[in-house]
Ligand binder design. Structure first.
Ligand code: URA
Length: 433
């Protein structure tokens, strides 16, 4: 078999066979296929597409290109959740302890942030002592003891995706449904959970710009997961505006604690409960209304907060900061952003707010950048809110003045105003089961 022939075939819009797709994914993972040929095939797939069958084969080949995690010792109730990337998305910190409190086993690998989007592993590392790297024995022991553990992506999981994703990032081949679906689901299938719930974002801060595009991606991923023998569902959610009121690592941990203590942003709480409900419903095989009752009870009784404390403490994190969030890292400098006029906030571009947070030091532009855990943005107003000239819209936090000034410019470019209240979209567009 020759990669040249496979590229030629896809260029002519012909479907690739399972053998050809596996040859490609394994050759990429082992380094036998050079980057220029891999990139040529990625562009051909991007332009000519893949049918359902090919997309499934590519996903399975990515999932099986390296180590796979065997969670079968934990039984049927293992679950994982994936978000397709967002700004202010701290949902894992909230829904994982809620679902674990309901008897679901959350043995999870999470990612780091890159560009304008944040990552759960970075947020967790803002808690003093929390270890995101564990041996597999320690990981399994903690899952057994607490029903929950969250670590960073391990070395050899879906190595074909690692290489393909890096190539896609620099060859303008990110925005392709078969490539995104196989990349996300390849990693999720390799991570071993029986239930997978996907939060597929659309809007200015998401990969997909419209709800229709997000639905097409979600449907593809749900079909792939089911065919691979997993229980899968997806929520299509809005990422035009940042999620919740905090963007930045320690600031988001603080906001997650607030929700688990029964306070905080109602829309964020509602999304976390909806995701947790879907995880519990699918994992335990119970009615939706019963799942809803159990997750609400776990949150309101404080059981989920207690699970958070056991989880964080089990992984070496300082539990006192969960009880006293004022001990979390905090940036020494702050700057209020004031409204330029009377009226309504018409738009708050999530991608730009994410970029402002990155400029403050909360994100990284290259993988080597060090994060300022206390840096970020607190939003006092969001799309649809009324403002009067001079009112505080947001506060920026950083460790140096130059960063505050740069981020201010970026943040201001995210905001548009109107005289009339704009129509706001609901956070959850629909569920794909
Ligand atoms: N997240 C992934 O893991 N892969 C993609 O292709 C897009 C988002």
């Amino acid at each position: 078999m020759r990669v040249y022939d496979i590229i030629e075939k896809k260029k002519h819009r012909l479907p690739l066979s399972e053998e050809e797709i596996r040859f490609f994914a394994n050759g990429v993972a082992s380094g036998e296929i050079p980057d220029y040929q891999a990139a040529a095939l990625l562009m051909a797939i991007c332009l000519c597409g893949m049918n359902e069958e090919e997309t499934f084969f590519l996903t399975a080949a990515i999932a099986e290109s390296g180590d796979t995690i065997d969670l079968s010792a934990f039984g049927e109730y293992t679950a994982d959740k994936h978000s397709s990337g967002g700004v202010g998305d701290k949902t894992t910190l909230i829904l994982a302890p809620i679902a674990a409190s309901c008897g679901v086993i959350m043995a999870k690998m999470s990612g780091r942030g890159l560009g304008h989007t944040g990552g759960t592993v970075d947020k967790l590392e803002s808690i003093r002592g929390y270890r995101t790297t564990l041996s597999s024995e320690e990981f399994c022991e903690l899952v057994k003891k607490n029903g929950i553990a969250v670590i960073g992506q391990s070395g050899n999981l879906a190595p074909a995706d690692k290489k393909l994703y890096a190539l896609r990032d620099v060859t303008a081949t990110i925005d392709s449904v078969p490539l995104i679906a196989s990349s996300i689901m390849g990693k999720k299938l390799a991570a071993g959970a029986k239930t997978i719930v996907l939060d597929v974002k659309y809007g200015s801060g998401g990969f997909m710009k419209t709800p229709e595009q997000a639905t097409a991606l979600a449907e593809t991923m749900v079909k792939i997961g089911k065919r691979y023998g997993r229980r899968v569902a997806a929520l299509i959610t809005n990422m035009d505006v940042p999620l919740g009121n905090a963007v930045g690592n320690a600031l988001e941990v603080k906001e997650a604690i607030e929700i688990l203590q029964g306070r905080g942003c109602p829309a964020l709480r509602a999304l976390c409960l909806a995701l947790a409900k879907t995880i519990v419903q699918l994992s335990l095989g119970i009615e939706e209304s019963e799942a809803e009752r159990r997750v609400t009870e776990a949150l309101e009784s404080g059981a989920a907060f207690d699970t958070l404390c056991r989880w964080i403490g089990g992984q070496g994190g300082d539990v006192s900061v969960l009880l006293h969030p004022e001990y979390l890292p905090a940036a020494p400098l702050s700057l209020d952003i004031l409204s330029e006029r009377d009226g309504y906030i018409f738009g708050m571009n999530a991608e730009r707010v994410g970029e402002a947070s990155l400029l403050l030091g909360a994100g990284r532009q290259t993988k080597e950048d060090t994060l300022d855990m206390g840096a970020g943005v607190i939003l006092h107003k969001k799309t649809g809110d009324t403002v009067s000239r001079g009112a505080r819209i947001a506060t920026l936090y950083a460790s140096d003045e130059a960063r505050l000034e740069k981020a201010k410019e970026c943040f201001l470019s995210a905001i548009t105003y109107a005289d009339k209240k704009p129509k706001t979209q609901s956070l959850i567009y629909k569920t794909v089961l």
